[in-house]
Design a binder for this molecule. Structure first.
Ligand SMILES: [Zn+2]
Length: 291
């Protein structure tokens, strides 16, 4: 009887202990799995929307556009050899009161923090190996300071513009100022192989900003995908070949577009316009991923 009582008393503690071990074990396993998958993955995060911009800024008329809103995605690339954050949103996580209340700043609205979306798949910003920004505009760099401990992959002309005495147009240096001390790799070649396995490549495509760049992924099942930065904003811009009014160098933008169009055609690469609202709404969002 005493034995049975003891067994009964011990049992809930034992069960709790086992549950705790299982939870910790599975969290560790999940974290580990998230850190080192065997094949390349691309996660797409929801970093908000841009509403109310005048299509005239893009040399387009409202009636030429199927949708005037723009999406703001952020991306995490997970390679067996490490991780790369590509573009980090329009609104810094620090502007959120909590994870449930949307935040609006000028034309931008975000409903979720980037950090919470990373945490959902087992990452903290400090886990991320590399930070890549398509360019310095405010809707691509808002959470840069969160990734100051990552190695920053940037071209000299872009970095120089970001830290010039006169800050660049359409950006807030307070959101990226910590990158000045980050470990940095200055990209000097037309193409840069991020992990050395030929699967993740940053390609120079200047014009929108002096060091604007795009990201090319060779995914095993999805195929070749290009995250095209702001080479285009609307799909109609691509079809009509209109150039925004606020390009750093319009001729360079036109040349980059021609070069990239030839590249995607000859390499059978899908071009994803990052801001394309309709295109983005059809993408799988994290915790789902492309592989
Ligand atoms: Zn831009």
């Amino acid at each position: 009887m005493a034995d049975r009582m003891q067994a009964r008393r011990a049992s809930p503690a034992l069960v709790l202990g086992l549950i705790a071990m299982a939870v910790v074990g599975s969290a560790l396993a999940q974290h580990h799995l998230a850190q080192r998958p065997k094949t390349l993955r691309l996660y797409v995060f929801d970093c908000g929307v841009i509403k109310g911009l005048d299509p005239g800024l893009f040399n387009l008329k409202k009636e030429e556009l199927a949708e005037t809103e723009l999406a703001v995605p952020c991306y995490l690339v997970v390679d067996p050899k490490g991780t790369l954050m590509w573009d980090v949103g329009a609104i810094p996580d620090t502007a959120f009161k909590d994870d449930h209340t949307p935040v609006t700043q000028s034309y931008f609205t975000a409903t979720r923090t980037l950090k919470s979306q990373l945490a959902e798949i087992g990452y903290a910003p400090t886990d991320i190996t590399y930070l890549g920004l398509s360019h310095y505009h405010g809707d691509h760099v808002a959470n840069s300071n969160e990734f100051a401990s990552s190695t920053w992959l940037v071209r000299q002309v872009e970095r120089d513009a970001m830290f010039a005495d006169k800050p660049p147009a359409l950006s807030d240096p307070h959101n990226y100022n910590l990158l000045i001390d980050s470990k940095t790799v200055i990209l000097t070649t037309d193409e840069y192989d991020v992990f050395g396995d030929g699967k993740v490549t940053i390609k120079f495509a200047p014009g929108h900003t002096p060091g604007h760049q795009v990201l090319i992924l060779k995914l095993a099942k999805t195929g070749n995908v290009m995250l095209a930065g702001d080479l285009y904003h609307y799909p109609e811009e691509r079809r009509l070949n209109r150039i925004p009014t606020f390009e750093f160098n319009k001729d360079e933008s036109l040349a980059s577009r021609a070069m990239i169009e030839e590249y995607v055609q000859s390499t059978n690469t899908q071009l994803w316009i990052e801001h394309d609202y309709v295109g983005n709404s059809k993408l799988k969002k994290s915790p789902q991923y492309y592989d």
